[in-house]
Ligand binder design. Structure first.
Ligand code: GDP
Ligand code: MN
Length: 340
């Protein structure tokens, strides 16, 4: 019962595709949250907002994942506020913990070094776990047995805000417009956490040039045609994406290659730059979608729609001037320059 416990709804079958109340079709998709038991209140706040702004009209299922069993309280309270089926499950330990072949001495030296340099999530003891989380989100979540029946997911974190009414189904939008990866915020990564990620990526591409898509987004990642990385990435605490991409040959081989170099532990490679670099190089640029109309906030940044009339039309609770899109650390301008 601790591994999987279904509290509400029928989550079996082919991913809930089919008709919903108003006769519109749903995509083969799930809302997905990785959370700790201690984050119950923050998790409920995110879920309540997304239900209110979007899901009460659409009824997509929720899947909650945890590296330890969810508490009875977590399951009960969460089940009471979701509109669709909900499942609570554990992550297989092999998908979460630092693998045996990682040189722990080298990994702990890197953590100490990052603590000394005061790098966010660099090294405090508890933040060993942060590296497990980044690796899990990079290369494992889409392999979870309970995600196999789904093609699409929307990643939701505890303590985020959805500022606007989402009355068009973003999954169906992506499906109908041949999109693979959707984001709302793009920004710069901390260089010190990914020192060798770009060189490792270049090595991979040299060995596997056939994976690089025509019409890719290299112009968003680099100022010099790929020689150096400009640190731009999509903020992966929000993602709407097609898991076929992660499960496909290009990404599987890329992830295995990165993992074999140990950089998730010897540095602190994040799932955000890893996903972003892969999507930017292995997808056509028109397969990546910026969801301007989805107002979204994850501390400390907010995206508020900038398309004309959208804030009013989508009844957003954010204010345009607060939007991060054209502030210093944002990469929106780099994104726009390749989509002119
Ligand atoms: P930040 O957004 O980079 O500051 O990192 P967060 O603390 O928000 O963590 C990112 C995601 O991973 C959130 O969904 C967290 O709930 C989840 N997470 C982080 N660490 C753990 C952990 O040890 N166990 C579980 N179950 N979830 C975790
Ligand atoms: Mn977070």
């Amino acid at each position: 019962d601790n591994v999987v416990s279904l509290v509400k709804g029928d989550s079996s079958g082919a991913g809930h595709t089919g008709e919903y109340g108003n006769g519109t079709r749903r995509a083969n998709a799930t809302l997905l949250m990785l959370a700790r038991n201690s984050e119950l209140e923050k998790a409920m706040q995110s879920v309540r907002e997304l239900e209110e702004k979007f899901n009460k009209q659409f009824g997509y299922p929720w899947l909650f994942l945890n590296n330890v069993p969810f508490s009875a309280e977590f399951k009960e309270k969460m089940s009471a506020i979701v509109s669709g089926p909900v499942t609570f499950a554990m992550i297989p330990p092999a998908h979460w913990y630092q693998p045996d072949w990682i040189d722990e001495e080298k990994a702990s030296a890197s953590r100490d070094d990052m603590v000394a340099q005061n790098i966010i999530y660099g090294g405090m003891p508890s933040v060993l776990i942060y590296r497990n989380m980044c690796r899990f989100n990079s290369g494992f979540f889409y392999r979870h047995p309970l995600l196999q029946k789904y093609k699409w997911y929307w990643r939701v974190e505890p303590d985020v805000h959805f500022h606007c009414v989402i009355d068009e189904d973003p999954f169906l939008f992506m499906e109908q417009n041949d999109k693979m990866y959707g984001f709302t915020i793009t920004l710069l990564e901390f260089e010190k956490t990914i020192k060798t990620l770009w060189q490792t990526t270049k090595d991979f591409i040299e060995e596997n040039p056939h994976f690089v898509a025509p019409n890719n987004s290299m112009g968003y990642l680099s100022e010099d045609g790929g020689n150096t990385y400009n640190l731009c990435h999509f903020w992966s605490n929000f993602e709407i994406a097609n898991m076929d991409f992660w499960r496909g040959e290009a990404y599987s081989q890329y992830f295995d290659y990165l993992d074999s170099k140990g950089g998730f532990y010897y540095e602190r490679w994040g799932d955000a730059p890893v996903h972003s670099i892969a999507a930017s190089l292995f997808l056509r640029k028109d397969q990546i979608h910026f969801f301007d109309e989805i107002g979204y906030e994850h501390n400390p940044f907010t995206h508020c729609p900038h398309g004309p009339g959208l804030i009013k039309k989508k009844q957003c609770t954010c204010r345009g001037w607060r939007s991060f899109d054209y502030q210093g650390y944002s990469c929106m301008r780099k994104w726009e320059r390749i989509h002119k």
